[in-house]
Structures are given as C-alpha cells and as structure tokens.
Design a protein. Structure first.
Length: 775
C-alpha cells in the first residue's frame, strides 16, 4: 500500500466522525487518485455518499468495492441499502442474501432482506427475517417495529401489538412505532386507543403529514368528524400534494353533508393524482346523491378502469344504475361487487332492495337472496348472545330502535307521533342511530329516549355489545335492507326479541330476527312462506303516518280550472317501470287532453327527463302531455298535489309515504292488488282509507277505473274536500289508536317469550355466549 494512504484514510475517518462530510470526501478521493481500486476507500466513499443521500454515487462506489473484495459482508449490507433506495429490489435482494451468506449472524442484512420481502408482499418470509434479526441483535428496535408491520399485514393484529410494545419498551419516543400501533388498533376497532396512539405520534413529530393522515382515519372511524377534518387539513398543510389526504377530507365533508366542499376535495385529489381510483368512486357517490346519475356512472366507470377489482366502485355504479331504473344492469353490477368482496353487506342489501323493483322478481327469489344474506351475516360474527341480563317480568319494558332515519325522512314521519306516546306509556326507550346527521325532527324526538347511542364508528361486534349492555327486552330494526341498515348487528342477537318493522317491507333473511310486524292486508296468512321471520299482525294497519307539519290546505279540484284532468305520481322513479309506462300511456291515450305530472328526485337530471319523454313517446304520448319535476322542498312537494286530480300508483312496487301525503292533500289514487308485502301496500292504504273502488285487480281494470273516475269531476271535487278529514280519523293517521295497539303488541310479544323461555328468575346471573365452530 502506498505510504500516504494510511494517513489519508485516518484523516478522512476523523473528519467524518466530526461531521465534516465534505472534507472527509475530499480526503478519500485524494487517496482514490493514488489507488483507484482501494477497497477501504471505495467502501468509505460509498458509505459517506449514502449518509449524504447521494444514492447513485453510493451504489457505484459500493459495487466497485464489492468487486475488489467479494467476501466482505459489510459492503453488501450497505450496497443493499443503496439499491433499495434506488428501487432496484432484485439487486438489493441479491446483496442482502450475499451478506447473510458471508455472515449468517448479520442482523442488519436480515432486516434489509425482510424489507424486500415486504415490498414483494411476501409477508411470511419478511416476518421470519425480522424475527431472526431481533433474535440476533439485542434491543433491535427496527426489527421489532418491522415485525409488527409484517404481523399487521398478515392480519395477526394482537401479535403485532406485542411487537410494537417491545419496540416502544426499547425506544418510547419513536413516532413511527406509535403511528403503526395506531393503524393496528384501528384494525382491531379499538378506536379510542388508536386515536391516543396517533396523538402520541404527532406530538413527537408534528411535521409528518402521514401521521396526521392516519390520525384522521382513526378519528373518522370513531365518528369524531370535526377532529378528523382538522387532522386531514393538517396533513394537507404539511404536504399540499397529498392526494390521499384530499380524498379522505372529502369523505369527512361528505359524511357531514357538505357535498359541495366534498366535491371540490375529491376533484383536487384527482388533479393531484388522476390515476387514484378512490376519489373517482367517491365523486360518483356524490354525483348520485345530487341526482347527476349519468355523471355518477362516468366517475364510477373511471374508478373501475383504474382498478378493475374495486368492489365498492361496482356497488356505487349499481346504485346509480338502479336510480335510473336500469335494474338488470344494477343487479349485475352488485353481483360483480360481491364476487370481488363477498363481505360487502351494503352491496348485498342494496341488491335485495332493488330486486323488489324488478317486474320479474318473485317473492320466493327475493326470500332466497335474503336468506343467503342472513347466512353471510352469521358467518361474519364472532359470537352470538344466548342469554341476556334482562328482567323477565319488569315494571317497564326496555325497547330499542335501530335506524338511520330518525330525521326528516318517511321513517321519521311514521314514528314521530308514536315515540312520545310510547314514552308516556311507561316504556324505557333507547335509540341507536346509524347516521350522524340530525335535524329538527331528531331534536323533537330525542327527549323520548332514555338512551341515545349512535352506532356510527362502531363495528358490528361493538355495536351489538353496546345494545346488549342496555339490557333490552325488545330490539326493533327500522331499516331492513334500506340505506344505513345494520342488519349484521342483529345476527349477534343482542336482545332476546328482535323485530323487523316499517322501513323495509319484506324478509330480512336474518335468522335471529324473530318477528316482522304486518297486518291482515300486507301480510296475509297465504304469504307467510315469503318470510324467515314469524309474522305478528297489528289489528288495523302496521303503520301510522304523522300529518305533515307544513300548513298547506288542499286546493280545489284542478280539473275545474284546467278543463282537463291531471294525473300524477310522485313515487320514486325506479318504480316507474316499462309495464307502468305502457299502462299509463294507454290511459293518457284514452282520456283526451289529460296530462301526467311526474315528480321525483331523478327528474332533476336533464338526461333522465329526456329518457322518460322518449319512453312515453314510444307509446305515442307526446311530450306536451307530460309535466316532469325534480326535487323540491317538502312544502313545494306537498303544494304540488294541488295540481293533481288523480294520483296513479306504480306496480308491482306501489307508493307508501307519497300515497299517504297525497291523501292528506285530498288526492285519491288508483292502485293495483299485489302478491307480496311491498306490492300489498297500495291496496292496504286505499282500503284503510275507504277507497275500495280505487283498487284494481289487473291492468285492464286499472285503466278502466281511472278512465271512469276521471270523468266524474263533481264526485272527485267532493271527495277532495272530505278526504283529509276522513283519513285523519282512520288508522292511517290516528296516532293515539295506533300507539295503543303498538304498545299492546310489544307487551304481548314479550309476555309470550317470557312464558315460553323461563320461569320468573329475576335477572340472569351471567351471560352465555355461543361461539361458532368455524369462521
């Protein structure tokens, strides 16, 4: 060796240890000019360049060093790091393996190779290497942290927690460990602990955008929307190009119903990363909520194009297709979503709901799908309650209601008069809202409940545990397969008696749902095979509507002023199927000068209006015979009935709240008998209102009745004047009578259960939980 090289190397190492990397590099390069193939100089320059983040230069020096001495494990260890930073995974893997081959107890080499396995999604191999690294080097913090990450990827969440705990015992100030711990706690649905862990991460390092992003996820999951919004905003402040944070910020804004702001946030995410599927999908959901269905379909299609295995995008696409009445395509898209993610219960429920709108669906086919849904819900639970801490013969029955519609919504209108009366009758009531949004109706009914326990942010197990802890006697589901339902919670059986009522007119398919409330018309004995639940019939009607708070008086018969009849239908446009359009077209053709007023949220969309006009035109009905209106305030909606002489019901899926609101506004309706719960609703409402002559047995009779009635203007005018007073005292609006019947029903159901299941034993002393044999 040249006599000067030793001094040069020593001087360079000293400068490097003092932190003067540039001066050290000059010294090493001085030596390299003397001996360009000197191993130690090449090695030192490679490590120094790595410290200076000059990665290509580092990889070059280290590769040259390895050529000079292919038996030094250290150079391959550092070369692996440089190659990893360059993204050369195959070369890095070879270097790590060479280092291990040269020194089988090199913990750092195992750590590096484990990281490469992680990049390749070979999590078992990664875990083995991280474990070996941890065993070879005492208190090796990185090995324990990475072991936790690998365990998380393998869904071994409890083991991951142990690994993070070990890492934190070595270094309790490592922000990355707290961040990863928080993510694992979210996966375990230990959400408050997750937030605390993420709080620790951002407290230690408040300049890391990813930490605030992950904290936002935890806050959002546990329903703390305002804090989640702030956390995502902090992430964006730190990294304005963080597309994922923009997307998640949009999710929170959407949950807060700040749709315009959410729309902007998703668009910004797309601008930052046009190939990111999630914001395209989320944008599609907002567009659907805004009634821009064709644009929604375009966004969902783009999300699917970017990620052909994006189950949620297929589900959202199906929702938009269903709103447009393209039900066959919608069902196909739901099935695609479920093939990609069989655990996507929301898509399954929406598919079952929309099967009810299809003309070719049968009660049996829908029951079979619902039963399969129930089997899925049972397979997803990890236990089932079989004993409950409830008094068998209490002084007050404890009743719970699960719903996302305890607000200005048809379910809210059906229950707002019932809840105060039940509370006054001595029931202890508990509400379990599944939607965070509240409004004036929510405020009015909240005081009726002893407990108001939102299930937002709780997984099914925790939601069931929350309900179970309230020691209910009876739990009612007000959603069925409609939006925001939590049917999988009922599979846990958190209450001894579980009842489906009101929100969905069909079987849930959940075996743990004991009863379905109906009446003699909507659930006749001949239809009992349509249901998985036992049917309990109320004496008059199974529901009772609350008169609208809007003070709008029925006006005179419009035909008297217009000199022609105006038919109308304000039902969801999904119900207006080709068969309905055909029948209505025959009617319009038979009644000269008659017009048809259709009012539905879907008709806010110009393409949808054009589509409806085209469908009627194919039956010879010109556009001037149609009046098409979209969404409006409830006041304007009710006022619109003052422009309708006769309402036309849809089939096989008739109106519910719309028909009752029409009756309140003095507008009777023509309906048709059905063959299942949903399709019986029209005839049930008409019969209970005393409109027996308005119920048709078939299409021909439907048209004939409408023609005959449309010619009797004096009779129509008289009926219009009397109809509100008539229905006000009928079971459809008599809240006092309905409440008494509903209260008696609940007491009888409980007494029957108590007598059948046990003697009076007071309170159960413990809880038995049945665990399934396999998952």
């Amino acid at each position: 060796m040249h006599p000067e090289l030793g001094k040069i190397i020593a001087r360079g190492v000293a400068l490097q240890s003092e932190g003067d990397l540039n001066a050290a590099e000059l010294q090493f390069n001085k030596g390299l000019r003397i001996d360009p193939r000197h191993f130690d100089l090449l090695h030192l320059l490679g490590v120094l360049a790595l410290r200076k983040n000059e990665i290509p230069k580092s990889a070059d020096y280290l590769a040259r060093a390895a050529e000079q001495n292919p038996n030094d494990f250290r150079v391959f260890t550092y070369l692996c790091v440089a190659q990893l930073k360059l993204g050369a995974l195959d070369n890095a893997f070879e270097s790590a393996s060479r280092a291990i081959g040269l020194k089988p107890d090199c913990a750092e080499a195992y750590l590096n190779r484990g990281y490469i396995y992680m990049c390749r999604s070979q999590f078992d191999d990664a875990l083995n290497d991280f474990a070996r690294a941890a065993n070879l080097k005492r208190n090796y913090e990185d090995a324990h942290l990475n072991r936790g990450i690998a365990l998380h990827k393998l869904n071994r969440f409890e083991d991951a927690l142990d690994a993070y705990a070990t890492a934190l015992s070595i270094n309790p100030r490592r922000s990355e460990t707290y961040d990863n711990l928080g993510q694992t706690l979210v996966s375990l649905n230990r959400l408050e602990e997750a937030v605390a862990s993420h709080d620790a991460a951002v407290a230690i390092n408040p300049r890391n955008a990813i930490f605030f992003y992950n904290r936002g996820i935890a806050l959002h999951e546990c329903g703390r929307l305002a804090e989640a919004l702030q956390s995502y905003s902090s992430a964006i402040d730190l990294d304005p190009f963080f597309a994922e944070a923009r997307n998640n910020l949009g999710n929170v804004l959407q949950a807060q119903k700040r749709l315009d702001e959410a729309f902007d946030s998703y668009n910004r995410a797309i601008t930052l990363n046009p190939h990111f599927p999630a914001p395209h999908n989320n944008l599609g959901e907002i567009l659907r909520e805004q009634g821009r269905f064709d644009e929604a379909l375009e966004s969902c299609a783009r999300a699917i194009q970017l990620n052909p295995e994006f189950a949620e995008a297929y589900s959202n696409q199906a929702d938009a297709l269903a709103e447009l009445g393209r039900l066959d395509e919608a069902v196909e898209s739901y099935r695609m979503a479920l093939s990609l993610n069989p655990r996507l219960t929301r898509a399954y429920s929406n598919m079952i709901l929309n099967l009810n709108y299809r003309e070719d669906s049968t009660a049996e086919s829908i029951r079979c799908e619902a039963r399969r849904f129930g089997e899925l819900a049972a397979s997803l639970r990890n236990h089932r309650y079989i004993q409950w801490r409830t008094q068998r013969y209490p002084s007050k029955l404890r009743i719970g209601f699960v719903s996302g519609d305890l607000r200005n919504h048809p379910v809210g209108y059906f229950t707002q008069a019932l809840f105060p009366r039940l509370a006054q009758s001595g029931f202890e009531m508990f509400a379990y809202p599944t939607l965070a949004a509240e409004d004036d109706l929510t405020t009015r009914i909240k005081g009726c409940f002893r407990g108001w326990r939102p299930l937002v942010g709780l997984d099914d197990r925790k939601a069931a545990a929350t309900i179970y802890a309230d020691e209910l006697h009876i739990l009612l589901d007000l959603a069925g397969h409609t939006g925001m339902n939590r049917l999988p919670v009922f599979a846990y059986k958190p209450a001894p008696i579980q009842i489906s009522w009101l929100g969905y007119c069909g079987t849930t398919g959940v075996a743990e749902m004991d009863y379905l409330l109906g009446d003699a018309i909507v659930t006749p004995e001949r239809d009992e095979n349509h249901f998985c639940e036992k049917i309990w019939r109320l004496p008059d009607a199974y529901w009772c509507f609350s008169p609208p708070s809007e003070q709008i008086t029925p006006g005179p018969l419009p035909a008297l002023q217009n000199k022609s009849v105006t038919f109308g239908c304000f039902n969801n446009l999904k119900k207006v199927n080709p068969r309905v359009i055909s029948v209505w077209s025959r009617l319009l053709t038979a009644v000269p000068g008659a017009k048809l007023l259709l009012k539905a949220k879907q008709l806010s969309s110009e393409p949808t209006r054009s589509d409806i006009i085209g469908k009627f035109a194919s039956h010879g009905v010109p556009p001037e015979r149609l009046v098409l209106e979209g969404h409006s305030t409830r006041s304007d909606y009710l006022e619109a009935y003052n422009r309708v002489d006769i309402a036309l019901d849809t089939f096989p899926f008739p109106g519910g709240a719309t028909s009752l609101e029409g009756l309140w506004m003095g507008v009777p309706f023509i309906t048709m008998k059905g063959d299942r719960f949903y399709s019986h609703n029209g005839e049930a409402i008409a019969a209970t209102a005393g409109l027996f002559d308005w119920i048709a047995n078939n299409e021909q009779e439907y048209v004939q009745k409408a023609i005959e009635i449309s010619m009797k203007w004096d009779d129509l005018a008289g009926l219009r004047r009397a109809l509100r007073d008539r229905v006000r005292v009928s079971p459809l609006f008599d809240a006092h009578r309905f409440s008494e019947q509903f209260e008696r029903t609940l007491r009888e159901i409980w007494e029957q259960w108590a007598q059948a299941n046990c003697e009076d034993q007071g309170r159960a002393s413990d809880v038995a939980i049945a665990h399934p044999k396999s998952q």
